[in-house]
Design a protein around this ligand. Structure first.
Ligand code: NAD
Length: 269
């Protein structure tokens, strides 16, 4: 899909590691100019390393520090991107984190942090993206859609997750955020969809794959019998950002090696 996204600018939140990095590299390889967002000074070297890889591979872009849960920082990141590249065409609402605890032991800080980053962060970035899409209007020479938003949700917008109630609640919220935006802005040619990954090998879930025993146990949940890679998500993000998916909006696309067909029921449950 080389050059599928040529002439378009994409902001990828939380792109200094994991899935965000995989998506940024895939979009850049498809011709998009990419903005590699990272949250704090300490993640700047990782963000710059991602950008260097992209430039060495023939891509273009810049890094942008912004905590997606902070309104002023999100507004500034979009303004800087528009100043640099003229507009934003694609938002990948990817930044997210976990603060796991048994529910009766969960602190308000653990709850608030996960909701603020995973859900409010997606609200703030989507709002700035939609404001920019409406300001700029259609560019039919570049894309059939006036703008595209991809929300990084999870299989946990469908599968309840004890011990991670704050995280599962944030992903359930993203489902309604995404669908309501697709409904509200479809007539303005803005497409909004979610990617719902299963287990992808990144720092967020290291405990689930770093020992052979953990990986083996994880495989009992995955019919396709492998852990996903950031590139798998990058491939889907390119498709959902491109005109190949122009009739898809308001959809949650599960990319999980079959986790949501509930393998435990294969032998009768
Ligand atoms: P990761 O920890 O490697 O990446 C998360 C990224 O978010 C990091 O780069 C981090 O710096 C960034 N981030 C955290 N707080 C931020 C903030 N306030 N502002 C901006 N950026 C911030 O983990 P990942 O697996 O790559 O996760 C990316 C997304 O994918 C998350 O939304 C996560 O919930 C989702 N997801 C991951 C999996 C998986 O199996 N890895 C499965 C389903 C969904």
């Amino acid at each position: 899909m080389e050059n599928t996204l040529k002439g378009q600018t994409a902001i990828i939140t939380g792109a200094s590691s994991g899935i965000g990095t995989g998506v940024a590299k895939a979009l850049a390889a498809a011709g998009a100019t990419v903005v590699i967002n990272y949250p704090v000074e300490s993640s700047k070297p990782d963000a710059e390393a991602v950008l260097t890889d992209i430039i060495n591979a023939g891509g273009t872009g810049m890094t942008a520090q912004c905590d997606v849960s902070k309104e002023d920082q999100v507004i500034r990141m979009f303004a800087d991107t528009v100043a640099q590249y003229g507009t934003v065409d694609i938002l990948i609402n990817n930044a997210g984190l976990q603060r796991d605890a048994k529910f009766d032991e969960m602190t308000l800080d653990q709850w608030n942090l996960v909701i603020n980053v995973n859900l409010t962060g997606q609200f703030l970035c989507a709002r700035e993206a939609i404001r920019e899409f409406l300001r700029r209007g259609p560019r039919p020479d570049v894309s059939l859609a006036t703008g595209k938003i991809i929300c990084m949700s999870s299989v946990h917008e469908l599968i309840p997750w004890g011990g991670h109630v704050n995280y599962a609640t944030s992903k359930g919220g993203i489902k309604m955020l995404m669908q309501s935006l697709a409904q509200e802005y479809g007539d303005r040619k803005i497409r909004v969809n979610s990617i719902c990954p299963g287990a992808i090998q990144t720092p967020i879930n290291r405990a689930a794959w770093e020992t052979p025993q953990a990986l083996n146990s994880l495989m009992s949940l995955i019919p396709y019998n492998r852990i996903g890679q950031p590139q798998d998500i990058g491939n889907l993000a390119v498709f959902l950002s491109s005109d190949l998916s122009d009739y898809i909006t308001g959809a949650s696309i599960f990319i999980d090696g079959g986790m949501t067909v509930f393998e435990g029921f294969a032998t009768g449950g």
